[in-house]
Design a protein around this ligand. Structure first.
Ligand SMILES: [Zn+2]
Length: 183
């Protein structure tokens, strides 16, 4: 009987534990259910909306996309509110004045001119860095939240050309450096 209880406990932990952190507002617009780790965030989490054309309803129809679909300029990873965001690469914090309200109350524009990218980080709270600051690799610079996001807490990770606008956004996944959580 005790063994049965232990087994049942294992099954419950296996099935219920991840769900306990799930946000009912999350909607996944990808068939990929893999949980990924990244040097940019704590834990292991699922992609919610990939970069590019998407059927997610939050974006206006884009001429690049079929069927009236919109274009997502970043990659969204669903994660519990408060998840730590790390500087996987060094960067300088530059003015985020050019970013609209769609990225939430504390949008971040991060720059590494040597590596040739700007990075827009959306939907954060508790930002630990300030404009003009050089941030070293490994620093916790903010926490994930739902600020400005109708679809729950997540990281919006958007790679742009240095000093470039939204139209210069490119596939950010290599920089995000996702790897499947070891099973
Ligand atoms: Zn996004």
């Amino acid at each position: 009987m005790r063994l049965l209880a232990a087994l049942l406990g294992l099954v419950l932990v296996g099935t219920l534990a991840p769900a306990a952190h799930a946000d009912p507002r999350w909607h996944f617009y990808t068939a990929d259910r893999t949980r990924y780790e990244s040097p940019w965030f704590g834990g292991a989490h699922r992609i919610m909306i990939p970069f590019g054309c998407t059927s997610a309803p939050y974006y206006s129809p884009d001429p690049r996309c079929r069927g009236g679909n919109g274009f997502h300029h970043g990659l969204d990873v669903a994660m519990p509110c408060g998840t730590r965001l790390y500087a996987a690469q060094p960067f300088r914090v530059v003015s985020s004045d050019s970013l609209g309200s769609a990225y939430g109350e504390h949008p971040l524009l991060l720059r590494n001119a040597r590596q040739g990218w700007d990075l827009v980080i959306g939907h954060t709270r508790r930002v630990y860095v300030r404009e003009g600051q050089w941030v070293r690799r490994g620093t916790v610079f903010a926490r994930a939240s739902d600020s400005g996001a109708p679809d729950g807490c997540h990281l919006h990770f958007e790679k742009r050309a240095v000093g470039g606008g939204l139209s210069t956004a490119t596939w950010p996944r290599p920089l995000l450096d996702l790897s499947p959580r070891p099973s």
